[in-house]
Design a protein around this ligand. Structure first.
Ligand SMILES: Nc1ncnc2c1ncn2[C@@H]1O[C@H](COP(=O)(O)OP(=O)(O)OP(=O)(O)O)[C@@H](O)[C@H]1O
Length: 353
């Protein structure tokens, strides 16, 4: 199973220009709103047409501008799960699922619908209309409809964006289970990095219609190659950086020198560290220990984000904050300890850009 995409499309104020390929693993497309994620899916599905380029699914050319090939949607064998599910409101669950397979023999069609209803665990609700289903159930019907055509590629466009947190976690688990039995290519679009991290093995990071990073999900999250890809994969702490030696840099906004595990290129621009990767220092002798003072905190029900200013920055009366994300438990142990606190940036966790 293989999908190969190399497409360009120009619109007023926006240019899409991407090239990537993917096989049977789930590929995530991560990008901010307006970065071109849906447009890529629409071009693969045949709903939108690139200006130039090629799209090849397994050994079939879906689109080739030079050879003037542009297969219609229904011949592409591509299943599309839209952001808002786009179920037909006047059709029952079974008719929605069977919509794309009306050309099949009646008995086959009934068998496929039955199998898909079972897959999404909606037995007994076949005669219901979409407005008689919960958001999560509607989404499962939309997934069943996309899979009923037995697609070689499945395109999922922000399938969880309309769900609340509880249902979202539940659906992520369910979708992963359903997809584990699916043999085709899957593209999963979202701007939610947690979803990408838990669902996708590989990742393409998009910004303004261009690819900022691609590779294994873990690898891109731990070593994003650009500032934008680091931000999109959740890094909130950055400082401009100056090369000092192959394994030492100066983080100018934070007023500290840092040792690194990875060799630093002379043209280094930024250093970053994830908010959850900061640690309390156990001894002064460790690498990359610095002193920080509390500026303020923000809380969620389970985590606390501590906004710190390094001691040097405080003296310079600068205010480049460092975010440190910790558990509530850790915060309750930390908050009454005398300041400045001694923290460290583990050399292995530094992101070098
Ligand atoms: N028909 C169109 N005419 C002009 N510009 C368009 C058209 N369709 C999309 N765009 C622009 O193309 C860009 C990419 O849109 P796209 O819907 O692919 O973004 P996205 O990354 O999926 O965003 P979101 O996460 O908000 O859905 C946007 O800047 C959008 O305004």
């Amino acid at each position: 199973m293989k999908l190969w995409v190399d497409i360009q499309k120009k619109l007023p104020g926006f240019t899409l220009d991407v090239k990537f390929e993917t096989d049977g693993e789930i590929l995530g497309l991560l990008g901010a709103s307006g970065s071109g994620k849906s447009m890529i899916l629409r071009c693969i599905a045949g709903i939108d047409t690139p200006d130039t380029g090629r799209i090849i699914l397994n050994d079939r050319t879906l689109f080739d501008s030079k050879r003037r090939i542009d297969l219609p949607c229904r011949k592409r064998k591509v299943g599309y799960l839209f952001q808002n599910y786009a179920l037909f409101p006047n059709m029952t669950v079974e008719d929605n699922i069977g919509f794309g397979i009306e050309d099949r023999k009646r008995a086959d069609r009934i068998a496929i619908i039955e199998e898909k209803v079972k897959m999404i665990k909606l037995e007994g609700l076949e005669k219901r209309y979409p407005n008689q289903l919960s958001g999560g159930q509607q989404q499962r019907v939309a997934l069943a409809r996309a899979l009923a055509i037995e697609p070689e590629a499945l395109l999922l466009d922000e399938p969880f964006s309309a769900l609340d947190d509880y249902l979202r976690n539940h659906m992520v688990k369910q979708l992963t289970e359903t997809l584990s039995g699916y043999q085709g290519v899957t593209l999963f679009v979202t701007h939610n990095m947690d979803e990408i991290y838990s669902i996708c093995h590989r990742l393409v990071v998009l910004s303004s219609g261009k690819i900022e990073a691609k590779g294994g999900t873990e690898e891109v999250f731990s070593s994003p190659p650009s500032l934008v890809s680091a931000q999109l994969t959740g890094c909130r702490n950055f400082s401009p950086a100056i090369y000092k030696s192959p394994f030492e840099l100066e983080a100018t906004d934070w007023g500290i020198n840092l040792k690194t595990k990875r060799e630093i290129p002379k043209q280094i621009e930024f250093v970053g560290i994830h908010a959850h990767a900061l640690e309390l220092a156990l001894t002064e002798k460790e690498d990359n220990v610095f002193e920080g003072r509390l500026n303020f905190i923000s809380e969620t029900p389970s985590r606390v984000t501590v906004y710190l200013v390094t001691e040097k920055e405080a003296r310079r009366q600068e205010n480049h904050q460092i975010q440190w994300e910790i558990t509530k438990q850790m915060w309750s142990e930390l908050k009454d300890k005398p300041q400045p606190w001694k923290l460290k940036m583990n050399p292995e966790k530094l992101i070098i850009i």
